[in-house]
Design a protein around this ligand. Structure first.
Ligand SMILES: NC(=O)C1=CN([C@@H]2O[C@H](COP(=O)(O)OP(=O)(O)OC[C@H]3O[C@@H](n4cnc5c(N)ncnc54)[C@H](OP(=O)(O)O)[C@@H]3O)[C@@H](O)[C@H]2O)C=CC1
Ligand SMILES: O=C(O)C1=N[C@H](C(=O)O)C[C@H](O)C1
Length: 250
């Protein structure tokens, strides 16, 4: 399987290069990154996907949302399946991905780890059982180099929880400046940034006289890279469509 890595010189890009070196049937044919210097002796690196001369069986994107249009255009023009891992995408970006999935297979999730997929489903089940009597708050913690907040995973979990409710809850980000009491129509989302925290997500269900917490802690970035590799192997066998972790793991 020929692979193009977008964001190849970033933290996750480097993790992927290392992990793919152990995959016998995978070969990196090109990289895309603002920084062209690092892997030039191993594979060509382009500043923009539209400059990329190589074709691949899949493009894996761990870069920045500002690269979104360029990446999607390359994949549509060359009919390359896309594994989208970059977070901080806008609603419009996500709608463009959905539309593009009529023409190419697209896999997208805010978190490629198995564990987050499991806690998202657990949180959804908990919300369905607990109903409006329990207040739901999500706390996410990440390293001080992260550029988007809240995390893609916090959105993934919050959207998953909302599937349990007929009347969707409104996301409330922090509570600075609020002068009203909390209502049951909210899901609170809070972002913490510091040091080298790889990723921690806690969902709190706070009810009358009892609290449930569901928590996932990432101990290495490898879990995201391995998940994206697994998603690539899954995606190249699929027809055009929009896929996520639930499709792959069912
Ligand atoms: N879905 C998942 O499971 C996971 C998703 N992520 C997401 O992946 C993304 C990358 O994370 P991470 O590797 O930590 O970030 P990094 O900032 O370390 O890496 C991103 C790389 O892309 C480069 N870049 C930035 N903008 C552009 C652009 N417009 N065109 C080309 N290259 C660009 C960066 O350059 P520069 O440094 O100069 O900005 C950097 O080299 C983030 O959105 C993160 O949230 C991360 C882990 C797991
Ligand atoms: O930027 C990161 O590091 C991570 N980003 C993803 C997110 O925004 O949820 C996934 C993971 O938590 C690490």
């Amino acid at each position: 399987m020929k692979v193009i890595i977008s964001g190849c010189n970033g933290k996750m890009g480097r993790v992927l290069v290392r992990l793919i070196a152990n995959e016998k049937e995978m070969e990196i044919v090109a990289g895309i990154d603002k920084h062209k210097d690092k892997f030039e002796n191993t594979f060509p690196v382009y500043e923009k996907a539209c400059e990329c001369k190589e074709k691949a069986d899949v493009l894996i994107d761990f870069s920045h949302h500002s690269a979104f249009s360029d990446i999607l255009k390359y994949c549509l023009d060359t009919k390359t399946p896309l594994v989208m891992a970059t977070t901080g995408l806008t609603g419009e970006n996500l709608r463009s991905l959905m539309k593009a999935s009529n023409e190419i297979p697209i896999f997208q999730t805010g978190n490629y780890s198995l564990g987050v997929n499991v806690i998202t489903n657990l949180a959804k089940k908990a919300a369905a059982s607990l109903g409006d009597d329990f207040d739901i708050e999500i706390i996410e913690k990440h390293h001080n180099q992260k550029v988007d907040s809240p995390s893609g995973t916090a959105y993934l979990i919050a959207n998953g929880i909302n599937e349990a409710f007929e009347t969707k809850k409104e996301f409330v980000y922090g509570r600075y400046g609020k002068s009203d009491k909390r209502t049951s129509t909210e899901i609170g989302i809070h972002a913490i940034r510091g040091g080298t925290i790889i990723g921690e997500h806690t969902v709190i269900f706070a009810g009358p006289d009892e609290i449930i917490e569901i928590k996932h802690t990432a101990l290495s970035k490898d879990i995201f890279g391995l998940g994206a590799i697994k998603a690539s192997k899954f995606l190249i066998k699929q027809k055009n469509g929009f896929y996520n972790m639930n499709d792959m793991l069912k």
